[in-house]
Design a protein around this ligand. Structure first.
Ligand code: PFF
Length: 445
């Protein structure tokens, strides 16, 4: 067997993890929900959730991955807990499942890149979305998106994922910043900032019971937790860098990109007098797309906007294909490109129903978001904090230069508050699943 790959640099690992984290969740969910749930006052809740709950959870995944230097299933066995492989298997399955429909959405984005240049969706954005979001064309573009993902993953950790994300993540930030400056120049944009960030403590207190689970769920999804991605990426770390420092950097950059996206989409919508009171696919593919039809240079701006959405979606999707590819090449004597093609092809097939009919996509998403993700995060936390325990603190503190108190704080946060939050999220998810409320990232189409 050939030697296991590693990241060439610490920055390479951080950028790859940020690439995984920054995805559709940051662009089509975060800004809209922030505005709806109380602006700046919601941001405070979100940041507390991201640091108090998301950070301990991402550190748990990093610890397992780096300590074991193996894929998300075998890692548990290597650490001496063979039975806990089932937790890794749930995470791997969750990633597999999510990528199947995320890739369909990636295909829509490809369609909109082309549609921007020709102005195809300008006149009737809602009808256009209805036409291209399901059917043969959506299926073909799902295949193209998946082929791009396979191409990057097949090239390897250092030559594929690290090189790609080193280019992609800075591009996302620079392009979004440029779009934010452009949006700022539009007449009427200022109402967008007011809508996005003005603190509304009433909205916060009235909807608190809905807001807290959303903030926690968003922190998990947005940080790509419970999908095996962060365990897998951390397994390629070669060295004793501070996992704590890396985790904080990733949480910060992920939130920053969400806020930056808000500075693009909300001023744009307000400048065109479009009601932003929706989130999810409709917000980006109908409302924001509709705005491009009315602004000068909308073809180019639309093209650039959807290009950045594509980059964000791709840099997330590769992390999920890597979860399964990593498992396969750690365990079987097959080449990375062969596995990337074989597993990418299988995930493509699983996504066929979602590409043909959006109702399937909504169902896949609901199951992932309400059940699979919280279940997987819960398993990882119980393992890292309660079962593995003391060695986990040692691994976390390695190279950090921080005192023992930080490790103990992490352990007890993870053992108590974080687990309670995940159990509550899971309970709510099950309730939603059985009472049949609307799905989480994709609204009723
Ligand atoms: N953190 C990602 C996002 O916010 O979009 C979550 C994710 C979804 C990662 C789907 C990877 C993926 F394929």
């Amino acid at each position: 067997m050939t030697e296991r790959e590693t990241w060439a640099t610490r920055a390479g690992f951080i950028l790859a993890a940020v690439g995984s984290a920054v995805g559709l969740g940051n662009i089509w969910q975060f800004p809209f929900k922030t505005a709806q749930f109380g602006g700046a006052s919601f941001l405070i809740v979100y940041i507390v959730a991201a640091l108090g709950i998301g950070l301990p959870a991402i550190l748990a995944e990093f610890v397992i991955g780096r300590k074991a230097n193996l894929n998300t299933i075998s890692a548990f066995e290597k650490l001496g807990y063979k039975e806990w492989r089932v937790v890794g298997a749930i995470g791997l399955f969750t990633g597999f499942w999510i990528l199947s429909y995320y890739s369909v959405v990636g295909g829509w984005v490809l369609r909109y890149i082309g549609g921007s240049l020709t102005g195809a969706y300008f006149a009737a954005p809602a009808e256009y979305f209805g036409q291209v979001s399901a059917g043969m064309e959506a299926l073909a573009l799902h295949a193209v998106f998946m082929a791009l993902v396979v191409g990057i993953v097949a090239a390897g950790i250092e030559d594929g994922i690290e090189k790609a994300t080193k280019l992609m993540v800075p591009s996302i930030v620079v392009i979004l910043a440029a779009l934010a400056v452009f949006a700022f120049t539009l007449p009427g944009a200022s109402a967008g900032y007011a809508y996005f960030l003005s603190p509304d403590f009433n909205a916060l207190s009235e909807n608190f019971a809905e807001i807290v689970p959303f903030a926690v769920g968003q922190a998990f999804f947005s940080l790509s937790l419970g999908m095996g991605a962060m365990i897998t990426y951390a397994s390629y770390i070669d060295g004793d860098q501070s996992l704590f420092g890396d985790g904080i950097t990733i949480v910060f950059l992920n939130s920053f990109v969400g806020i930056l996206a808000g500075f693009v989409v909300l001023p744009l919508l307000f400048a065109q007098g479009i009601d932003p009171n929706t989130s999810g696919a409709g917000a980006v593919f109908i409302s924001v797309a509709g705005a491009f039809g009315d602004i000068p240079g909308g073809q180019i701006i639309g093209f650039v906007f959807f290009a950045v959405v594509l980059i964000a979606a791709l840099s997330s999707a590769i992390s999920l294909l890597e979860v399964v590819v990593s498992w396969a090449i750690d365990n079987y004597d097959v080449s990375r490109p062969q596995m990337a093609i074989g597993l990418g092809g299988t995930i493509f097939l699983l996504g066929v129903p979602s590409a043909i009919d959006s109702a399937w996509l909504g169902w896949f998403d609901t199951l992932a978001y309400q059940l699979l993700l919280p279940l997987s995060v819960l398993g990882i936390l119980v393992f890292a904090a309660w079962v593995y325990g003391a060695p986990a603190i040692d691994e976390l503190m390695k190279g950090s230069g921080l005192g023992e108190g930080v490790g103990l704080t992490w352990l007890w946060l993870a053992r108590t508050l974080v687990i309670v939050a995940v159990v509550a999220t899971l309970a709510l998810g099950l309730q939603t699943l059985f009472l049949g409320e609307s799905p989480a990232i994709v609204p009723p189409l």
